[in-house]
Design a protein. Structure first.
Length: 92
């Protein structure tokens, strides 16, 4: 029974510094202070910008993937009709 009480006391003694660190963190301070509407709007604007950039990068990646596949096809089969040597020049 005494070992259980000692274990609880040690556990509480170890939790006090951890709790102090967590409560002193910027996240906890902002949580207890509340959110600033202006800061929330700034975060939403930045998040929207990031989402737009990710969408643009996705489309660019798809273009690069298609170009790579085209070049690989050309390198594997240079005698196919879609090779640059066999394409007719554009008519003017």
């Amino acid at each position: 029974m005494i070992w259980a009480l000692g274990f609880i006391l040690v556990l509480i003694a170890l939790m006090i510094p951890l709790l102090a660190i967590v409560l002193d963190s910027p996240v906890a301070r902002n949580f207890f202070r509340g959110t600033d509407p202006q800061a929330l709007e700034e975060i939403m604007r930045r998040l929207q910008g990031l989402e737009d950039e990710v969408a643009e990068l996705g489309s660019s990646l798809e273009e690069v993937r298609q170009e790579t596949q085209f070049v690989q096809r050309l390198l594997k089969n240079p005698d196919k009709p879609d090779s640059p040597e066999q394409l007719s020049p554009p008519e003017s």
